[in-house]
Design a protein around this ligand. Structure first.
Ligand code: NAD
Ligand code: ZN
Length: 359
């Protein structure tokens, strides 16, 4: 069966386009209880962006710390209850930040119209009622969370996305000026997410013309940004990386991630490693699977003097490594894509443990 994927309704693109937010929201203010909820990365608290926010007195503004933990089901449930108790159903939700905030905005937009804990809806098409209008304004590029149908949440039992046709944003504002302040290491870790999405999307059996068209463009943009003559954190490159992130997400949506993401989830589960840096740690040991791309990746690390953790495994117990490998092994759709339908004949738990021991 071919995938049938809901896309973003509208996209504004360009430096300074954030200033259009007020006009974009204005016609929607009449809906529901006539107020908006803003969820914003707390990096922007007290910064220029918060002064330019078109928030009215009746709106609710939450500054959220995304620097430690990835979004949790309990966090979403709590926010949802607070919002509904205070003011009832909002006209919409606006998320301003990185992948974490994109996921929080997407999850909240469905959870304000669905009862019970968000843990009930982790999975594919489990959401009962359509959500409210929601706008995504990314401030760091790479995850593709701005265009994916998934709102990744960590619950007490599993880290899994709420995935349904109402999660994708109704509106995106892609203003690369907002990404100017991202610290270099974070810029690289998150930026590499889209590069790795495209490499993995291309290196597997689900690869197809749609994924190739977007993926090739995204890889070319990433090479400009991270390896080209004018590489680095310039305004031109910030714009390129924002498009690369979107295209990487689109490439992936019709294909699948592979070995790197499978390992990265193992790291995340056992050590709480964040998605971007976890991918970088994992990708660095995958020369047997993605040789050319890993060579380029290492050149990019060197060029930008990125801090890439190494020799980490010496501090891990065998029990931890076994758990990481089990989590990875369980992501059968990724191995199936990367290695083939008969992947279990080719990949063993011990082979995966060996990869973790190289980190
Ligand atoms: P993030 O949202 O986790 O933020 C990382 C750090 O960057 C934070 O400290 C934040 O404050 C900072 N930051 C963001 N914008 C900034 C700016 N303009 N200036 C200065 N600092 C800034 O970063 P991310 O890597 O974009 O997102 C990772 C999250 O995305 C994870 O929770 C992961 O699960 C999720 N994810 C989701 C999808 C999806 O399809 N839904 C895909 C991949 C990853
Ligand atoms: Zn990813």
């Amino acid at each position: 069966m071919y995938k049938n994927i809901k896309n973003i309704d509208k996209i504004v693109f360009g430096q300074g386009s954030f200033s259009q937010l007020e006009d974009i929201l204005s016609p929607k203010r009449a809906e529901n209880n006539k107020y908006f909820v803003f969820v914003i990365d707390d990096f922007f608290d007290g910064k220029e962006l918060s002064n330019k926010l078109p928030a009215y007195e009746e709106d609710m503004v939450f500054f959220i710390d995304a620097s430690h933990d990835e979004p949790k089901t309990s966090q979403i449930d709590h926010l949802r209850d607070e919002i509904l108790t205070a003011k009832g159903l909002p006209s919409g939700i606006i998320g301003i930040g990185g992948g974490s905030i994109m996921d929080i905005a997407k999850a909240l937009s469905v959870m304000v119209r669905n009862q019970g804990s968000s843990t009930k809806y982790q999975g594919l098409n489990l959401v009962k009622n359509p959500g409210v209008y929601h706008v995504g304004i990314p401030t760091i590029s790479g995850t593709g969370a701005e265009c994916s149908t998934t709102a990744v949440l960590t619950g007490p039992e599993k880290k899994l996305g709420i995935k349904c046709e109402w999660t994708p944003f109704n509106q995106l504002i892609l203003d690369s000026d907002l990404a100017a302040t991202v610290p270099t290491n974070q810029w690289f870790y998150t930026g590499m997410d889209t590069y790795i999405h495209c490499i993995e999307s291309a290196s597997g059996r689900l690869y197809n013309t749609f994924s190739k068209a977007y993926g090739d463009q995204s890889i070319e943009l990433c090479k400009d940004v991270f390896l080209g003559e004018n590489s680095g954190q310039t305004p031109e490159n910030a714009e390129k990386l924002m498009v690369a992130s979107l295209f990487g997400g689109l490439s992936l949506s019709y294909s699948e991630v592979g070995v790197c993401h499978a390992l990265s989830y193992g790291l995340s589960y056992v050590l709480g490693t964040r998605h971007g840096i976890g991918n970088c740690i994992a990708f660095n040991v995958l020369e047997d699977y993605y040789p050319d791309a890993v060579d380029d990746f290492r050149a990019m690390v060197k060029k930008h003097s990125i801090d890439l953790p190494k020799n980490m495994a010496k501090d891990w117990t065998d029990e931890q490594v076994t758990k990481m490998a089990e989590i990875s092994y369980a992501l059968s759709h990724m191995w199936d894509h990367a290695i083939g339908e008969n992947w279990k004949e080719k990949v063993t738990l011990d082979m995966i443990k060996e990869l973790f021991y190289r980190m």
